[in-house]
Write a new protein. Structure first.
Length: 285
């Protein structure tokens, strides 16, 4: 038996030629514990874990209905291009994120579109002095390369604009070799770490910069694919639709007011001309 340091959601761990191999929960796929487990297998294990019993939720937690789902994975651990929940299906990118509207089971997803750019945006808590930019950049670059084993050339930028920290990970399919870690897996591990739900076995991320703990309030991950997503107006949120409707109503109301004002102005001019003609006739008489 052995401990899978890089994935706590595993069973049946055993040593094979000095390497700890374990079966991923939910899929049974064997994973090498010296490497990051693919995001697809991690999500599948997390869904199974959430079904096994109710866990205490953080007070600010809310349900992301389009986030965690029970994915279909290839034997290699990557996402299948088409994902379904019952009779509802959609296409995903290599990060497992939906990139089309939801359709019925007849939907065709011809290819697994690669996510080439992942933007991780974090917001730290209110503080008097800004963080040291050089220390912050060094911390995240060192952490990503050592903890998540991503080649430094895929970290294109670490930007600090108080209170926002933005990390750009870029990895084209032509640049990625077979031994390279995928940026989608790195982003998932990092997101879990900074939200206090580390995937590592008893090894949470020490968010300390210049010997000061970094308190993060919010983390959002954005995905950019090599082919643009295929969303329609139907996928707009009700809030955005409401804003669009309000704008249209405002434009129509403005047009009505303008037309009404001009008509009234026209009547006034006509009345004024009529009165002047009557005065001229009175003088001539």
């Amino acid at each position: 038996a052995c401990i899978c340091a890089k994935n706590k959601r595993v069973t049946n761990c055993r040593m094979v030629e000095d390497v700890c191999w374990c079966d991923a929960v939910g899929s049974g796929v064997s994973v090498n514990c010296n490497k990051l487990t693919s995001k697809c297998l991690l999500m599948k294990a997390e869904v199974l874990g959430s079904k096994s019993g109710r866990r205490e939720k953080p007070k600010d937690a809310f349900e992301d209905t389009d986030g965690l789902y029970d994915p279909e994975c290839e034997n290699t651990g990557v996402f299948k291009a088409k994902q379904c929940n019952g009779s509802t299906c959609w296409c995903v990118n290599t990060a497992g994120v939906r990139r089309t509207d939801k359709h019925d089971a007849d939907l065709k997803c011809n290819q697994l579109v690669r996510t080439t750019w992942i933007i991780i945006e974090m917001k730290h808590a209110e503080r008097n002095a800004p963080l040291n930019t050089e220390s912050l950049e060094k911390f995240f670059k060192d952490t990503i390369t050592s903890r998540y084993m991503l080649d430094r050339r895929y970290i294109s930028n670490v930007l600090y604009e108080k209170p926002f920290i933005t990390i750009d990970l870029k990895q084209n399919s032509s640049d990625k070799s077979s031994g390279d870690v995928d940026i989608a897996d790195v982003a998932y591990y990092l997101e879990k770490d900074v939200k206090g739900d580390s995937i590592f076995h008893n090894d949470g991320l020490n968010l300390s910069i210049d010997n000061e703990m970094l308190n993060l309030e919010k983390t959002v991950v954005y995905y950019v694919d090599e082919i643009a997503p295929e969303f329609t107006m139907k996928s707009l949120t009700p809030g955005l639709v409401a804003v669009i409707v309000v704008v249209i109503v405002a434009i129509v109301a403005a047009i009505v007011v303008l037309v009404f004002t001009r008509r009234r102005k026209g009547k006034y001019v006509k009345a004024e001309v009529k009165e002047m003609n009557e005065m001229h006739r009175g003088l001539n008489a």
